[in-house]
Ligand binder design. Structure first.
Ligand code: HEM
Length: 160
């Protein structure tokens, strides 16, 4: 009986916290760093350029605030939980920048399914991110390095 219970415990992984307290519920998914869909930078060049995790949190939070309030793409965010993307976008950026985070969110296809995002929306989001990074005084080279890791995600975010 004990052996059976142990085998069962090994076969059924504990349910991860799909959503944190205060966030809207999400369908079950497997949390893993590869859901961030980009190779992280190594060394501390990027983390320094973004002023560590506090700076990354400011950039991600600022981007989410701007996106939800934006006259062009704000409509797409209307009615969606803001708490969760603020947390998961921070984690995703922090992971990619190599500032010592793991990413616990969904992959980019699952996150953007049925939102109807178009290329122009993606361009607008990039513009807002550039503004957030400029306000954080992130050096231009580091800004471009983050953007370079996000660009290939376009095919999973933009609806065909
Ligand atoms: C490379 C570009 C982008 C990245 C890295 C990104 C990243 C993310 C992440 C991490 C989440 C949350 C994942 C989760 O809940 O587990 C998310 C959700 C979301 N994103 Fe994006 N995103 C991108 C582009 C866009 C664009 C262009 C739009 C629309 C203009 C958009 C609209 C949304 C919306 C509305 C949600 C919330 C979905 C929901 O509530 O289920 N995203 N995104």
């Amino acid at each position: 009986m004990l052996v059976f219970a142990l085998l069962l415990a090994a076969a059924v992984p504990a349910a991860p916290p799909y959503a944190m307290p205060g966030e809207a519920a999400v369908a079950p998914y497997q949390a893993k760093d590869s859901n961030a869909e980009a190779r992280p930078y190594t060394g501390d060049f990027m983390a320094r350029a973004f002023h560590g995790r506090a700076g990354i949190a400011r950039v991600a939070g600022d981007l989410v605030d701007r996106a939800y309030a934006d006259p062009v793409i704000g409509e797409i965010f209307k009615g969606h939980d803001k708490v969760r993307p603020t947390r998961t976008l921070f984690e995703q950026f922090c992971y990619i920048i190599g500032a010592g985070c793991t990413y616990s969110g969904r992959d980019m296809i699952a996150s953007h399914k049925d939102l109807g995002v178009q290329q122009a929306d993606m361009n607008r989001l990039v513009e807002l991110l550039q503004r957030a990074m400029r306000d954080e005084k992130v050096p231009f080279a580091a800004q471009n390095r983050l953007l370079a890791r996000l660009a290939p995600m376009r095919g999973h975010v933009v609806q065909k």
